[in-house]
Design a protein around this ligand. Sequence first.
Ligand code: FAQ
Length: 311
Amino acid sequence: MEATQTYDAQLAEFEGRIARGEKIEPGDWMPEAYRKQLIRMISQHAHSEIVGMLPEGKYIPHAPSLRRKMVLIAKVQDEAGHGQYLYHAAETLGATREEMIDALLTGKAKYSSVFNYPTLTWADIGMIGWLVDGAAIKNQLMLSHASYGPYSRAMVRICAEETFHYKQGMEMIVHYATNGTSRQRTMAQDALNRWWWPSLMMFGPHDSDSPNSAQLIRWGIKTKTNDELRNEFVTEMVEQFNAIGLTVPDPDMVYDAEREQWIHGPIDWDEFWQVVRGNGPMNAERLAARRKAHDDGLWVREALVAFAQRA
Ligand code: FAQ
């Protein structure tokens, strides 16, 4: 890239590369707003993976069998790994780990609203795997085509692991709903009732209220809008729940035969924004748990620094 090139020429070349399907790599020229958007999104995504370990991690000591416990431990460890890939991806854009973690611990950074709801029964573990990981995969499959190379490559690996999370959740809920005791079926339905709407909110506000979407789509970070992904997800999930006799808790849901889509009823956006602003049922507890983990890990960080200095 010639140093004398104007910003407009650089931008045209950058957008041309995206239009040709080339990946933008660390060190390549990029508009400052592209870099900032990616740091915002990737760091929020990383925080979501790390905070997302908490609702399920709580149930590791209470798993009903050795098999279920091994699967859950593997899943929660995977989420930690996803957080690490994503923090690394954000670091390639110039963000430091310290500032990202600081933003999370001081409550400045956002993370997915869905993790501010409590896990109340074991069936929530299956429902999170099927529904919450299902929503995450829907979004992340799109992001595996994102124009920024390190983010899209992290997504490929993450989606492979999330598919295992999704399948173990589906296997558990299908078993409880179709072969379980009446108490297990009731627990599965109750878990669906509580996780359905928070899962739909994971896709973000309606397109008309999504200030970031236009720029993200222009630069190939997102290739679909929040509503497009949410609507696809709803249609896929409703049919699966119907097939096993569970009922989606939406009395206004209708089938649009022309579009071959299930259309969901109104989402409670007041609740969504309350949760995003830190006033959800578990926001304070989630941040307190992350702060404690950070404080407890201080000696590890100090030992690593001392080791690096000696080496
Ligand atoms: N929660 O303009 P938009 C997982 C914010 S990973 C909180 O539409 P955008 C794995 C948004 O940041 C789940 N805040 O924003 C797992 C923005 O505020 P800002 C996480 C939300 O970026 C499973 C404002 O609202 N996945 O679950 C939410 O175009 C099981 C306006 O919104 C990702 O992070 C929300 N739900 O679209 C782990 C994927 N929605 O930043 C454990 C990457 C919106 O301007 C167990 N991120 N906001 O101050 C994305 O795809 C996008 O950022 C969206 C939002 C779709 C989340």
